[in-house]
Design a binder for this molecule. Sequence first.
Ligand SMILES: C[S@@+](CC[C@H](N)C(=O)[O-])C[C@H]1O[C@@H](n2cnc3c(N)ncnc32)[C@H](O)[C@@H]1O
Length: 328
Amino acid sequence: MDCTTESQNIIIDVHVSDETPTNVQLELRKGLESTPRRLPTKYLYDDRGSELFESICELPEYYQTRTERHLLNQYADQIMSLTKAEELVELGSGAATKTRVLLDAMAQANQLRFYVPFDVSEGIVRRVAQELVKEYKGLHVHGVVGDFLTHLEHIPDGGRRLVVILGGTIGNLDSQSALNFVSSIHAEMASGDFFLLGVQLETSIKRIEAAYNDSTGVTAAFNKNILNVMHEMFGATLNPDTFDHVALYNKTDHRIEMRLRSKESQCVEIPGLDFSFELEKGEDILTEISTKYDHPRAEKLLKQSGFDMIKWYSDSEELIGLALARKP
Ligand SMILES: C[S@@+](CC[C@H](N)C(=O)[O-])C[C@H]1O[C@@H](n2cnc3c(N)ncnc32)[C@H](O)[C@@H]1O
């Protein structure tokens, strides 16, 4: 482990640098050599990227956040009464804004003991931990800074657990990766623990594409920020001004694909990866997928991963689904 820091009621474990440089290089090179070229989505979320994502959540076009918050407001008490959870573990916790609805319900039911924010972005885990111990008296926060695809075993033990994934984060994985991920979450949980999975549902393509092509350009800035991250981390000669933000719905795979399209032919050098490649004018780098689910596909994912789905909550327009599942 890289390091642990402690202050009153807060422990933060940092695992992001556990990855060997070779593994990081291999993962990136493999993505950049594939067709289309890809960059791992987690690199969208440095401190600046996390801030930009918070701004996206406030956009009028981005219906997802307010709809999910509305659903949580409606059902949080019921969820806490069913789960009796004392420890809330959130994977991809980000700014944990909607999480407060769940924490409020736990506090109301006198069940709130531990919160475990788990995110790849260190700054935001530290900020959230500081905020929450002030907001919830007696709460212990044990943050984990790591990659939830490789560091799940570092989730600390606590009381009766509810693991949550919100914000459509599961949609960033293709179907096989989502199955592997949810199965490994299942493997880390005890029998009787609960899992709350938020999914974004398939709706009109016009509405979905508008959510990723906002009029103020915040999503474009979020997407292009990955190029700054590549420059800072690996010295990549990727100039954001030479790319266009593109977000289109892929009907076959039920997903938005967020891409960066090169405006010119260019030779990209990445000294930190000892790697270079030619990008054609009009060629794309895929930076994020956001898969849209429906009720049967969400239930199948949970079932195949070993969970029993016990409740399905959705809004009247069926834009967001919250699946509550239990490890038998
Ligand atoms: C779509 S945002 C959702 C944030 C928040 N849960 C919400 O509902 O608004 C995805 C979050 O997952 C984090 N994330 C992305 N990939 C990750 C990974 N491989 N491991 C850990 N966290 C990751 C990002 O830093 C970001 O905070």
